[in-house]
Design a binder for this molecule. Sequence first.
Ligand SMILES: Cc1cc2nc3c(=O)[nH]c(=O)nc-3n(C[C@H](O)[C@H](O)[C@H](O)COP(=O)(O)OP(=O)(O)OC[C@H]3O[C@@H](n4cnc5c(N)ncnc54)[C@H](O)[C@@H]3O)c2cc1C
Length: 746
Amino acid sequence: MIHAPVLKHLVLVGGGHAHVHVLKSFGMRPMPGVRLTLVSREGETPYSGMIPGFVAGTYSFEECHIDLARLGAATGARFIQAEATGIDRVQRQLLLRNRPPLAYDLLSIDVGSTPGAAAIPGASEHALIVKPISTFGDRWLEFHRTLAGRTGSLAATVVGGGAGGTELALALRARLGRDAPHLAIAVRLVTQGEVLARHPPAARAAARRMLARRGIDLIEGVGVTAIEAEAITLVDGRRLTSDTTLVVTDATAPRWLAATGLACDDGGFLAVDATLQSPDDPAIFAAGDCAAVRAHPRPKAGVFAVRQGPPLAENLRRALLGQPPHPFTPQSSYLALIGSGDGEAIAVRGGLALTGRWAWRLKDWIDRRWMAMYRDPAPMTMSREPSPPDPALADAEAKRLLQDIGMRCGGCGAKVGASALQRVLARLGPSPGADVALGLEAPDDAALIEVPAGQTLVQSVDFFRSFLDDPLLFGEIAAIHALGDVWAMGGRPHSALALAVVPLAAEHLVEDDLFQMLAGARRVLDAAGAALIGGHSGEGAEMALGFSVNGLVERGRALRKGGLRPGDALLLSKPLGTGAIFAAAMRARARARWIEAALALMRRPSGDAAQALVAAGAHACTDVTGFGLAGHLAEMIRASGRGDEVAVDLALDDLPLLDGAAELVGAGIVSSLQAENLRARHLIDGPERWHDDPRAALLFDPQTAGGLLAALPADQAAALAKRDASFRIVGHVHARDPARPPIRLV
Ligand SMILES: Cc1cc2nc3c(=O)[nH]c(=O)nc-3n(C[C@H](O)[C@H](O)[C@H](O)COP(=O)(O)OP(=O)(O)OC[C@H]3O[C@@H](n4cnc5c(N)ncnc54)[C@H](O)[C@@H]3O)c2cc1C
């Protein structure tokens, strides 16, 4: 079946408050033919209104952060964790740190603001800088963990007396009083102007009363000129003890915005029309703190970013369809609620300010209700049948694609067009140090490889559809997975042929997908010393990639699966759990931080591990992939001796597991291959009810780009595990008792 082709690529940069609404809107009402990608530096983005409550201990980290990976999965958007550094407006590409640019047709920017703290000497080294608030949560938790170990007194300073700073000083006072009663606590709030300077006098008076009642020392009208590890210096020369200093000064614009050449206001924030569209480039929209709406200037506050979500979503839809966007007028005043950290709040609207517990209950209700829309998203798009794209989406090239639909050829007619392929290969450039007789630099019907005397060719092939949104990382991981077989044989990667399938799309998007996948693969192949010497690419229902890989090994020196001997210990070079984590990711159930940690491991090539194992005297090795640890271990046992001579004790407590994997398996989320792998269960003997232990279930979890499993004499295995923490001893080999299954859980 041919799926609806992708005609336009809408890229959202930053997981800010307006963009989470856009994601949800497109999840609930998708536009067939539009690919939506969210690029964000962090996987978890905070809801600013709840951050002081998080510091006060009212909310957990999870309660006040939106998991962008889960929201992306639930809404059908691709999620790419990366930092934008610029825009190439001519090529329509978003420039990213440490990775190739990403092609877009329409771009929307909601990246918030960055710390104004850089202006205070010492702030970046010694202070907890609250903006960008997206990284504040983890830093705060780190600081909080140090409290128990402190003795004596603790002087804490909050620099910046806006609403955020005032709330934070109050939250800090409440939390320290509760969690560090063993310390003599002093909290102060220092601000250059008046406290709540942008609010009416009644609000300032209420804030002064609230701070005074809680013993917080308010220093107004004095700037901070320097921050040290245990002190701050004020503009009037005073040097005050401050064991911890939080900085919440004015928002400044991310510097890269000005370098885009787009119109900016005096502060460097992107100027946009009332439609949220850049006056200089109709393909670029912006919202939230990073945007300055020329017709309606407003303070930098999350409430405005939130309110811009619906008009932004609507105008992005209109722009995709070639329709003029509608202007939007934000409200001129809003209800500000400033929490005390201990159950009260000041409600400010117009010139009025009222304080009470009711105001806190209202704030808590508003914030929780907003977060509930994004925090635990149920998949929105999965069950829907794809429908045809709106013809208004299509430019001339895409119109031809739409006319063809239903008549797309199979066979070689389904290849990626020659010109797109050539452009991709030209951008990739030749493989460095290619030691091949004939490769891609002089393309022929096939590549030629000469095997040097005394060496044996190691060959293997792997291919799978993408389990990831990010084509670059998918390319890296697919290459690492394929090379795993060569490394496991103790071979040196030599060359590879790629088989790539890209979803049916407009030519520039096919080209970008193919480029991203192969660029990822080339990173791995180049570093491993393997040349990309050819391949085949075609269009299909979904992204898929595989490699036929070649390696070389000294004749007679290949490491085989068989060869386990009683007295050996088994070393594993990567934790288990990728199958469960990505099964959960598809269902929008995996946390961004679990996915991030799993990806970091999957992206680690096994070349160094293989070398270390060979040097330490490994005499049997395999890579743990689709059959899971149990299945691959069973293969090793069968291949050793006559196949019934050795058995293995596996220590469940010693199994390295990815964060989240056991939790997910415990909740019943497993890979679709798990049931098949579980057929090897009869090979395992364990304590009563071992089947119910999620760690045991992970023995059957299929691994992508999994680790090496190797056998070494026990003392050498112990020495290697001591030298290199990436290895873990997971089991021991002994002579088999024929009456018992070959694997025993201990
Ligand atoms: C302590 C505190 C309390 C506050 N309380 C309130 C309140 O109660 N009410 C209120 O209205 N306002 C409040 N604010 C202000 C509020 O934080 C901001 O106005 C709001 O967060 C702006 O939202 P945004 O959508 O513009 O961006 P943000 O919420 O800052 O989101 C920006 C996103 O972009 C991502 N990003 C940043 N740079 C890049 C890049 N280069 N590439 C890719 N991704 C990137 C980040 O990871 C993040 O996901 C508070 C601020 C603070 C510091």
